[in-house]
Design a protein around this ligand. Structure first.
Ligand SMILES: NC(=O)c1ccc[n+]([C@@H]2O[C@H](COP(=O)([O-])OP(=O)(O)OC[C@H]3O[C@@H](n4cnc5c(N)ncnc54)[C@H](OP(=O)(O)O)[C@@H]3O)[C@@H](O)[C@H]2O)c1
Length: 275
């Protein structure tokens, strides 16, 4: 498990719009600085987002600004070129490239990015443990949503899981997270606002245009539509009210939304967990 003091309850995703045309580099930098000022220490990114652009922006924004207070989670396995390779060699190359883009000598959490259960080989695990011993990574984890998480819990070597945490989860998915927590893994929730309706009307920002383009791409690929979920604030409150949730990572392009999310988390901290 990751020491609770290292992880803020609310994390910021430097992904998607922040790794491409959805936000300017300057806007991403401002949002990261705002997050730090609001007490956010957890930042999630990965080489798969914009061929490393998300990592690059995060590294540049943290520069000298409370750099040591930040807890950086990045990923490996889906690489900067978008290809998938969980071999130990590819994961090592990916980590080395991530460290350069992040301008750091270590990452706080390296997550395998959606591996199949059989891709978590002994050789890969040994390599991850060697990175830890060398101080290149502090913690290891798995980001996913199904059988790969069961395998990660079973292996007993990981420190954290990153997985969807919202009220659309079926009982098996909830029980998996309860089991993970009981096995000593930290649970970092994503998709906590999954399904929240985007505001109707014409796009009002670069971020809105980015979300619209993503929606069109998903329709063209015939991806199943996201289940209708709770409103953002309700989703965030639900996720953080679960006793098995350590932190959540939210994506936003809007300073006002970041402020609202941070204020809600502060208010929730005063209340006890419900389950
Ligand atoms: N989803 C995945 O497959 C996945 C996989 C790996 C990691 N992650 C991590 O999880 C992070 C979160 O992504 P997610 O997909 O789970 O999305 P999410 O955080 O559940 O939802 C993001 C959406 O909610 C909106 N939003 C945020 N705060 C809001 C507020 N206060 N009021 C209204 N709308 C609000 C954002 O729009 P605005 O920009 O307009 O605020 C954005 O459209 C990613 O950045 C990444 O770090 C996700």
């Amino acid at each position: 498990m990751i020491e609770a003091a290292a992880l803020s309850r609310l994390g910021l995703g430097v992904t998607g719009p922040h790794a491409g045309l959805g936000a300017s580099r300057a806007a991403t930098t401002r949002l990261i600085h705002q997050a730090i000022d609001l007490g956010v220490t957890l930042f999630d990114t990965g080489p798969a987002y914009g061929r490393g652009e998300g990592e690059y922006r995060l590294g540049a924004a943290l520069g000298s600004r409370r750099r040591d207070a930040a807890f950086i989670a990045t990923k490996a396995g889906i690489h900067a070129g978008g290809h998938r390779d969980f071999s130990a060699g590819a994961v090592e190359m990916s980590l080395r490239d991530s460290l350069k883009r992040l301008r750091r000598d270590h990452v706080d959490l390296l997550l395998l990015h959606g591996p199949a259960p059989e891709e978590m080989t002994d050789k890969l695990i040994r390599r991850l443990e060697a990175f830890k011993a060398r101080g290149m990574i502090r913690h290891i984890g798995v980001c996913g949503r199904g059988a790969e998480l069961d395998r990660a819990i079973e292996l007993g070597v990981f420190n954290a899981l990153m997985a969807p945490v919202n009220d659309q989860l079926d009982e098996a998915a909830r029980q998996r997270l309860v089991r993970a927590r009981a096995s000593g893994l930290s649970v970092i929730g994503i998709e906590v606002m999954a399904g929240a309706a985007r505001p109707s009307g014409p796009p009002r920002s670069r971020g809105d245009l980015w979300y619209l383009a993503r929606q069109i791409k998903r329709r063209l690929r015939r991806d199943p539509p996201a289940a209708a979920g709770a409103a953002p604030a309700e989703g965030l409150a639900w996720a953080l009210s679960q006793s098995w949730t350590d932190s959540v990572v939210c994506l936003t392009t809007r300073p006002a939304h970041l402020c609202a999310n941070a204020a809600l988390v502060d208010a929730l901290e005063q209340r006890p967990a419900t389950s």
